[in-house]
Design a protein around this ligand. Structure first.
Ligand SMILES: Cc1cc2nc3c(=O)[nH]c(=O)nc-3n(C[C@H](O)[C@H](O)[C@H](O)COP(=O)(O)O)c2cc1C
Length: 185
């Protein structure tokens, strides 16, 4: 396991009682080159170092990642005062692409979580202020439900604890092995 991943496992363990430590910021690049950033929920990490996020293919991030797979994750653990910045290549999967993976994520959602995918087209006007009409079958994975896999390319880690602070850079060498370098913060 790469050194940064051992650190991340420890950060997650130390902050396990804080739900907000499962949220991170995901930045993507828009068509004009402008950055877009939003909060998402960490759903896990695969054996080959891909962060797992769930989302909706009708959202802007889906179009952005389809055009440009480059993304950055910024994740701050307030209790341990650590920041991880992951440069990633994203792959977006729907049930058509990988049914087992996407169905597994869908099945893990609570009914309240599933409901959000039946509110209608995200980001479109909501005019009359009435309750949103839920239409759909929770047992079926909606075609617009997707799993985003964020393959980590490099890691910029900063720990604010200590004087001086500790910053580390992690990247893969030409053989695909992770190498680390301590940096001036
Ligand atoms: C705490 C929190 C967690 C969120 N988790 C997710 C998530 O896991 N997946 C997601 O697509 N949107 C999530 N959102 C909503 C996004 O931040 C964003 O508003 C929405 O996905 C639309 O983004 P987009 O138009 O840039 O694609 C979350 C928002 C908050 C505040």
């Amino acid at each position: 396991m790469p050194q940064w991943r051992q650190g991340l496992t420890k950060s997650l363990h130390q902050t396990r009682s804080m739900p907000e430590s499962r949220y991170f910021q995901l930045a993507t690049v828009g068509e004009s080159g402008a950055p877009f950033c939003r909060t998402v929920v960490f759903r896990g990490i695969t054996n080959d170092d891909q962060l797992v996020v769930i989302s909706d293919t009708r959202s802007e991030k889906f179009d952005q990642l389809s055009q440009n797979a480059k993304a950055q994750v910024c994740w701050y653990f307030s209790k341990t005062r650590e920041q991880y910045r992951f440069s990633c290549n994203a792959t977006v999967m729907t049930a058509d692409d990988d049914y087992d993976l996407v169905k597994q994520q869908w099945d893990k959602l609570s009914d309240a979580g599933k409901k959000q995918f039946f509110w209608g087209e995200p980001g479109t006007p909501r005019n009359d202020g009435s309750a949103l009409h839920i239409e759909g079958d929770f047992k079926q994975v909606p075609s617009h439900f997707c799993t985003i896999l964020l393959a980590i390319q490099n890691v910029d880690y900063l720990n604010l604890r200590g004087n001086p602070q500790n910053r580390e850079w992690h990247e893969k060498d030409e053989n695909g092995n992770w190498v680390s370098q301590s940096l001036i913060p």
